[in-house]
Ligand binder design. Structure first.
Ligand code: ADP
Length: 551
């Protein structure tokens, strides 16, 4: 800025000086020319009078280097010239001043002299003998005139240069200093010169505009961040060059990356080549989908291009956790296989016995035992189907099941009554103790909890063993405890017995009519009531299962 101001001032000074010099030179030149012309006229008249009086003698005595004297005959022949050889000079009859002098006795002109190759002033007077006397004077050019004043001019130019520098420095400081001191954070609070006010007002309004735009952007970014950080699905946005623009916490967790990856190429956090290919395809405008194993999980990766007017502006990659769904699908497959397998055995037995009976291949005394076998296996199938139906009801959710107040102690007594024949058959002693404990729940499910626990306590007991059922009410919970003195459960299998079809001893379970679903039903029914199950068991000593219902 300072340089520009300096250049402008110097240029202005130079132009003004030059114009002044030229104008002055021109008017001086005109003034001097007029003075010379007047002098020439006067001298010509004096010379003409002297020549008329002295004749040839005047020309012989002429000695003056500043003035050129020419004597021309009436026909234009040059008779004498003070600077040139008259004999060799052209006829001068056509010269303007000569013609005027011949006509009117006196003539003047100024022109570029072909003879002397200079600009000259001419003045001619007619002598009494008809001849013409002419005086001429070389006129200095304007440059010669200026050359004469070159030194003072140079001094003026140098002075003007210094003045320009001084003024430029001072002026630029005065202009720039308030500009440098401007507080652009608060434009309206500046007291700089008046001319800056429109600029400051504009800066202030633009700052306000920028501020509100920034706030709006920040608000949208916060909304976006909240939205994507709350998502369970992984979300990645990449720009046209394949660099990460946004990655939500779920995606970072799935891909095992850190938040510093934003701005880096997407492949730097992709552990699977398939993801890189999906993203490349999406950037090329092709959407794609893959099911992949990433780490311990199974994910569905969906990549889509982000279209804009100019083509593909980027791509978005979503990672959906399919692990749970896959696990459920796998459990369902296993469950179906188990159910078919469990049904196949009794069906084969029933069909075999029935075939033998219908073919008359069974001795009459064996018919009751065959019929008993069919009855037992049919009973096993019915129990299995009942358990499967109960579980599938529980899987569908117990939201629509009718809840009512149920006394747990009464339920236990009913279950004991129902199981008494089985207990008697295995010589197991049943006892119920406790207080009245009313729960709000689904009576059928609560009964199945008590029934299955007591049934197991009898089935996996030893002859002469005991089963003690207690119902207890505390301030925050109602406790059902079924304790037996049976075979117990090995410690490493205690967590697994609640899985569907899991049995510690498969043959014993089958022998006592177990389906492998009893404890699964207990677990689900307890869940429906928000109850917690605790298990304590020691092999050959017995098992204690406690169900704690919240009050
Ligand atoms: P099941 O119909 O075979 O009894 P459950 O789901 O009720 O199926 O029980 C799963 C397995 O847990 C049983 O097969 C058995 O091995 C074991 N079990 C359950 N209750 C007891 C218990 N009170 N004492 C010993 N083992 C038990």
């Amino acid at each position: 800025m300072t340089k520009r101001i300096f250049r402008s001032i110097c240029f202005a000074c130079f132009v003004v000086l030059l114009a002044a010099v030229l104008l002055l030179g021109q008017s001086l030149y005109g003034y001097f020319a007029k003075m010379q012309q007047d002098r020439l006229r006067t001298l010509t008249q004096i010379a003409a009078e002297s020549a008329a009086a002295e004749g040839d003698l005047f020309f012989a005595r002429w000695q003056n280097d500043d003035w050129r004297l020419t004597w021309i005959d009436a026909d234009g022949t040059v008779l004498y010239d003070s600077e040139r050889d008259a004999a060799q000079m052209k006829n001068h009859a056509s010269r303007e001043e000569v013609q005027a002098a011949l006509k009117e006795g006196f003539g003047e002109s100024s022109r570029f002299s072909d003879t002397l190759m200079e600009y000259s002033l001419y003045s001619a007077a007619k002598l009494p003998d008809g001849t013409i006397l002419r005086l001429s004077l070389r006129q200095s050019s304007i440059f010669a005139l200026l050359g004469g004043v070159a030194l003072p001019l140079a001094i003026i130019f140098v002075f003007a240069g210094f003045l320009s520098v001084f003024l430029a420095v001072r002026l630029s400081k005065r202009i720039v200093k308030p500009l440098n001191a401007l507080d652009l954070e608060h434009p309206s609070q500046n007291s700089a010169y008046e001319e800056l006010s429109p600029l400051l007002r504009r800066i202030e309004s633009q700052q306000e505009q920028l501020k509100s735009q920034h706030e709006e952007l920040q608000r949208r970014k916060n909304e976006w961040d909240i939205l994507i950080s709350g998502m369970e699905e992984g979300l990645l946005l990449v720009n046209r060059e394949g660099s990460l623009i946004s990655v939500n916490p779920a995606a970072l967790r799935i891909l095992g990356a850190g938040s510093s990856c934003v701005g880096q190429p997407a492949q730097s956090i992709m552990s699977r080549d398939e993801l890189v290919t999906l993203l490349k395809d999406a950037l090329a405008g092709r959407a794609g989908q893959r099911i992949l194993t990433i780490g311990d999980g199974i994910y569905q990766a969906d990549a889509n291009p982000v279209k804009s007017e100019g083509g593909t502006a980027g791509a978005v990659l979503c990672l959906f956790d399919r692990s749970r769904q896959e696990k459920i699908d796998q459990l369902r497959r296993e469950f179906s296989a188990n159910v078919s397998h469990e049904l196949k055995t009794p069906l084969h037995i029933i069909s075999g016995c029935a075939e033998l009976l219908s073919g008359g291949m069974v001795k009459p005394e064996d018919v009751p035992s065959f019929s008993d076998k069919i009855y037992t296996e049919a009973g096993r199938m019915i129990r299995l189907v009942d358990d499967v139906i109960s579980l599938s009801h529980l899987d569908e959710g117990a939201g629509d099941m009718q809840r009512e107040d149920v006394d747990l102690l009464t339920l236990c007594k009913t279950a004991v009554q129902d199981l008494q024949p089985a207990a008697n058959a295995l010589k197991v002693q049943l006892s119920v103790k406790g207080e009245r404990a009313v729960l709000t729940g689904v009576p059928r499910l609560l009964y199945s909890i008590v029934y299955n626990l007591c049934d197991n306590a009898i089935k996996y007991n030893r002859p002469g063993g005991k089963v003690r059922i207690t119902v207890q009410t505390e301030a925050t919970q109602t406790i059902l405890c079924v304790r037996d003195t049976g075979i117990g459960i090995p410690a490493d299998q205690q967590t697994r017995i609640f899985e569907r079809f899991y049995r510690v001893d498969k043959s014993r379970s089958k022998a006592v009519g177990g389906t492998g679903l009893g404890l699964s039903i207990v677990k689900h029914a307890a869940l429906v009531h928000g109850a917690r199950i605790d298990l304590k068991s020691k092999v050959n000593e017995g098992t204690e299962i406690t169900v704690r219902f919240p009050r």
